[in-house]
Design a protein around this ligand. Structure first.
Ligand code: G3I
Length: 332
């Protein structure tokens, strides 16, 4: 067992990675958890699950706090791990001053620009990429309601990428990649088509986008087929973009989470997603799971009664899904 990141890199990927909700949480001081997280054979990339989000980086207007983000970057860099920086513009986890402000299109656009410039320029080249806009679309491909969309209109989406591009250019960090990140865009359909249209509109406006983050939050037994996940990745790649699996997990919608048949199905589901990234070739640059363990998973907090979504169990032992991923990475 050489570790999933080691296998991913042998397969030509930049990484196999994980989200981590540090600092300030129980896992921050859990030695057994950290031993797995900090081993670059396991994970070549870490995504901060919360630390770089708006409410933490700009808690009050024009007052910036980079402590959490720097903590994650320092930890990752000590072990030679990359960081996908997450995220700049999202409907959720905003500061009260944003949610409660009495904004015009102009004044909120200025807030967004100021946030992007400060945060992007602070973390700079330490970020492999930024999720510039996160989860902007409804299932039917229309823009979802948020303070950004409701106040600024769809321009907010394009402006966010423009500002991120400009902020990076100012500090000569144009190699930091700019991503759109969402769920429900891993398989063909209206939402994936809408992503294609957003990319085309960015191009029309001469604004850079480098990649699409496919969150890939799935349910055991209900994941899109290999063919669907592969062809959708190929569709984004055909636009000249990179793709990454950014938040992979496969949750049980009800207990039991650890019976043999369920774990076997879950392993198959993980295998399918990882295989689609392997088959898509080097433009599917990497695979990140959203929490690697059921001990600290976000799932039970968001979906009552659901869980068991991860590749290590609640006592941090590798599950069948772990070994299925190892097989997929080796083309077995
Ligand atoms: O920071 C507070 C802490 O002070 C307080 O004591 C504690 C008590 O509940 O809550 C802490 O905040 C929590 C935060 O995570 C940090 O741990 C929030 O309640 C909780 O809602 C928040 O959940 C995060 C969720 O995004 C919010 O929507 C998850 O950890 C995080 O994994 C999840 O990540 C998202 C991605 O950003 C985007 N895609 C979906 C993904 C899963 O929902």
């Amino acid at each position: 067992d050489v570790g999933l990141n080691a296998l991913a890199q042998r397969a030509g990927k930049l990484w196999f990675g994980t989200a981590a909700d540090i600092p300030g949480t129980d896992e921050t001081t859990d030695a057994a958890y950290l031993k797995i997280l900090e081993n670059p054979a396991n994970f070549g990339e870490i995504t901060p699950a919360n630390a770089m989000k708006f409410m933490y980086t700009e808690p009050e207007q024009n007052v910036f706090n980079y402590t959490g983000g720097d903590y994650v970057l320092n930890l990752a860099e000590r072990h030679g791990q990359r960081v996908r920086c997450h995220n700049l513009v999202w409907a959720s986890q905003l500061s009260d001053f944003v949610n409660n402000g009495n904004w015009t299109k102009e004044s909120l656009t200025a807030v967004m620009r100021n946030h992007i410039f400060h945060v992007v320029q602070h973390f700079g080249r330490r970020c492999y990429s930024w999720d510039v806009v996160n989860e902007a679309l409804n299932g039917d491909g229309t823009f979802s309601s948020s303070i950004w969309y409701d106040t600024i209109g769809e321009d907010y989406f394009y402006l966010a990428f423009q500002y991120a591009q400009e902020a990076l250019a100012e500090i000569h960090a144009n190699d930091v990649k700019l991503y759109y990140n969402d769920y429900g865009i891993e398989n063909p359909g209206t939402k994936a088509d809408a992503v294609h249209n957003l990319v085309k509109e960015l191009r029309k406006r001469d604004i850079r986008i480098d990649g699409i983050g496919l969150e890939s939050h799935f349910e055991v037994g209900f994941t899109p087929s290999l063919q669907d996940q592969l062809s959708t990745k190929q569709g984004y790649i055909a636009l000249g973009l990179d793709v990454a699996i950014t938040e992979l997990d496969v949750r049980f919608t009800q207990a039991p989470y650890y019976d043999a048949a369920g774990e076997k199905q879950q392993a198959q589901d993980y295998y399918t997603s990882v295989s689609s990234c392997i088959e898509a070739g080097p433009k599917c640059i990497g695979i990140t799971v959203w929490d690697f363990d059921d001990k600290y998973s976000w799932v039970p907090y968001t979906f009552a009664g659901q869980g068991g979504a991860d590749i290590y169990n609640a006592t941090l032992q590798a599950k069948p899904a772990y070994y299925a991923i190892a097989d997929a990475l080796q083309g077995k």
